[in-house]
Design a protein around this ligand. Structure first.
Ligand code: SAM
Length: 227
């Protein structure tokens, strides 16, 4: 880490210029984005870029989302502090750390072992004890700890996986990018008793694919390049 870079100031500017200015108003979300040291979740040679207004590569062909998208997806969950939350797609562990600052308990599922282990290491180093990283296929959700008051899917699905909907508690909220390869709609779902849900599209986004049993196969994703 470059000790001459003033990361707290970079973080303050990120919150003010990229997040607050774009309309994120939940004070707890803004405080969590100010608190979590995003640069520690990216590879060392990218740390100086960690607070820029873009996603970054984190290895294994995967990305850490743009700060604004992390804040927006988090705000959409309307967390008050005691919820149980599931994240599908741990990646660097950054989004999970932000959720950990705002909810009671976070379960985060990652299918790539190297990323899951790296995320566990940094979460431990930061003494974040309420975030649990699981290695597995998140396209099936994470049944062991269901139901969840909030679920964030941080990879693009072609369709909302039914097990993920099933694992949402009543009044729980699900945020998930759904669509084709070039772009997806960031969708918000809320469970309204039994099999009743309300759903709305929030914003067009572009995520890496959700893989696994109910996600994209490599071939489907490659064939979808002109959608
Ligand atoms: N939330 C992450 C962060 O804060 O760094 C960014 C996630 S990255 C955009 C998407 C992640 O989803 C990748 O790490 C990828 O390996 C993971 N992923 C894709 N399909 C998955 C699946 N079926 N189960 C679990 N993780 C999956």
């Amino acid at each position: 880490m470059d000790k001459y870079v003033d990361y707290p100031t970079l973080r303050e500017r990120m919150v003010r210029d990229q997040i607050l200015r774009r309309g994120i108003i939940d004070k707890r979300v803004l405080a969590a984005m100010q608190e979590v040291p995003r640069h520690l979740f990216v590879p060392e040679n990218m740390q100086k870029m960690a607070y820029e207004d873009c996603p970054l590569l984190i290895g294994d062909g995967q990305t850490i989302s743009q700060p604004y998208i992390v804040a927006l997806m988090t705000e959409l969950l309307c967390l008050k502090g005691d919820e149980k939350v599931l994240e599908i797609g741990t990646g660097s562990g950054y989004q999970a750390a932000v959720l950990g600052a705002l909810a009671g308990e976070v379960h985060s599922v990652e299918r790539l072992e190297g990323l899951a282990n790296a995320a566990r290491r940094i979460l431990k180093k930061l003494s974040i004890t309420n975030v649990h990283v699981h290695l597995g296929d998140g396209s099936l959700g994470w049944r062991a700890d269901a139901p969840y008051n909030g679920i964030l899917v941080t990879a693009a699905a072609h369709k909302v996986p039914q097990p993920v909907l099933n694992q949402l508690a009543d009044e729980g909220r699900l945020v998930i990018p759904v669509g084709g390869r070039m772009s997806q709609d960031l969708q918000l779902w809320q469970r309204k008793g039994g099999d009743q849900f309300i759903q709305k599209n929030v914003l067009p986004v572009a995520f890496v694919p959700l893989r696994g049993e109910l996600g994209w196969s490599l071939k489907e994703w490659e064939d979808a390049s002109f959608w």
